[in-house]
Ligand binder design. Sequence first.
Ligand SMILES: [Zn+2]
Length: 146
Amino acid sequence: MTDQEKLIAKYGNPFEHKSEFEAKWMTVWNCQNEFPSLPFHRIYCHKNLVPELQKVFKALLEKNLLKEIKTFDGCFLPRYIRGYEAKKILSIHTWGCAVDFNAAENPLGGPVKFTELFLQVWRDLGWGVGKDFKRIDAMHFEKTNI
Ligand SMILES: [Zn+2]
């Protein structure tokens, strides 16, 4: 089973039933209340992603790496992966389980401006890191087993 198939089995298909999915699974996390140094206030994401983001931000803060996050560039967006529209492969953003940061300096395909220390914190907590994708997408972090 692909990650997408597992997410559809668990949470439904937001690409086809967006408002139902949003009402049931999405939430606004006021992340700046807990992490005042973040340069943005809130993330609209899957309810089950909040504790995962809390873990990763806490670990980044402890290692003085949270400051690498400069911009929040999106989370929930039901769509196909760019370039895979014909194959109809849904992006993990479809379920609000992926977040993009610092998009301006980490464009699709590279280069990568995040430090390896920063990226390793995400990997160690079980996140998929876009820098590791066959087509580098360094702004992108996803957690599919929520
Ligand atoms: Zn992304």
